[in-house]
Design a protein around this ligand. Sequence first.
Ligand code: TGC
Ligand code: FAD
Length: 402
Amino acid sequence: MFIFDSKRYAMRPDLFEAPDYYNVDDLLSEEHKLVRNAARQWVKRDISPIIEEYAQKAAFPKQIIKGLSEIGAFGPYIPEEYGGAGLDQISYGLIMQEIERGDSGIRSTASVQSSLVMYPIFAYGNEEQRKKYLPKLASGECMGCFGLTEPNHGSNPSGMETKFKDKGDHFLLNGAKLWISNSPFADIAVVWAKNEEGRIHGLIVERGMEGFSTPETHNKWSLRASATGELIFDNVKVPKENLLPGKSGLGAPLGCLDSARYGIAWGAIGAAMDCYDTALRYAKERIQFGKPIAATQLQQKKLAEMITEITKAQLLAFRLGQLKNEGRATTAQISMAKRNNVEMAIQIAREARQVLGGMGITGEYSIMRHMMNLESVITYEGTHDIHLLITGADITGLPAFQ
Ligand code: TGC
Ligand code: FAD
């Protein structure tokens, strides 16, 4: 008989079995399955046994950085010549799904490193910058963060106040960024700032540059195993060779967001799968009124709706992956998938938590942690509202942001 031990941090053993109601696996290549299975096994071995403890104490488990690199989570689609895994977009999505099955905060670290740090250096950097930074970012020897959001400009980044001046042999950077994943330990930051003409550019700022600090943000009830902080620039001298020359304007950071949002659309499926699988197993084992609660119509309704929504989300992500592989996925299509799949996951977490009754609120099970994490996921990378407005603008041709 299981005895509840409120002093324990550890979750129960990870018995996860991935649901695949529509045989989506049949659509995957052998390489997709190999990559996915490696990530799945790594999560079971290296994340599940420790994640509850780190979430409870609100710390990022730095020891997992090497493992993330080994499963190809840092730059899955970056070419091998720069240290990336050279995989396609579906493999990238599957890796994000598996990591978020363990914890959204760990997936955040991988998303930021891959899509918000490696991608802009790869896509907008020059060859020297690619060679200098990408291999170390892929191995985890160098960790990065992405500074777009500011205290006064979240959903509307075009209003950003962080700016830099041309001082002849260097740029002088001033301003502040808020809510930056990985900032407390990152070695470099890809920072978006305006030049004297008000044009947005990306700059690589390195830890140790005078006037650059990264205070941690505490007191989060969500993504507790992910380190979040600020980026403060007080007359930071940034070498001119640290400017990303390939693209400027708001479209440059938004292009990175396309890639990260795509990964989140897959990641959220992982969190939802974990909640569903946990609730299904619990419902079959938990006896009330002389029978498993899974034999009651009310709990079956919850579980049946969960697997239906997961299946729809899997198909949405898979098709989006195909479009992305062909270079045809639009920003609005990515928004739809991010918005739908994160909402799907948060609803499933809430329902799954109820299936477990009181046990659902404890750290013995992963559900409440997923539910709290998803409150960030539904807000960052464009809020639920902003993604609806992106779809609205796309189908009507009439942007309603202002
Ligand atoms: P808008 O006028 O629509 O566009 C400005 C310029 O950008 C171009 N553009 C894009 N280019 C490339 N890719 C895209 N996805 C693009 N979307 C737009 C556009 O064509 C235009 O170009 P040009 O040449 O005409 O100037 O811009 P807007 O100011 O009206 O804003 C639109 C809006 C609201 C959709 C956008 O600002 C937005 O997406 N806001 C949400 C902000 C956001 O998502 N922030 C995320 C911060 S990073 C983060 O949260 C990381 S969490 C990571 C983790 O831990 O996992
Ligand atoms: P606001 O923009 O102030 O929005 C507040 C509310 O108003 C929301 O409900 C929003 O939907 C609504 N709203 C805004 N505009 C409109 C409108 N036009 N019409 C209708 N409703 C509207 N940012 C980074 O740059 N890098 C990171 O690494 C990063 N990591 C993050 C990690 C965490 C844990 C969190 C919570 C955030 C992170 N962010 C990061 C910031 C994130 O992208 C922003 O929080 C998000 O874009 C929303 O901005 P905001 O919080 O300022 O909310």
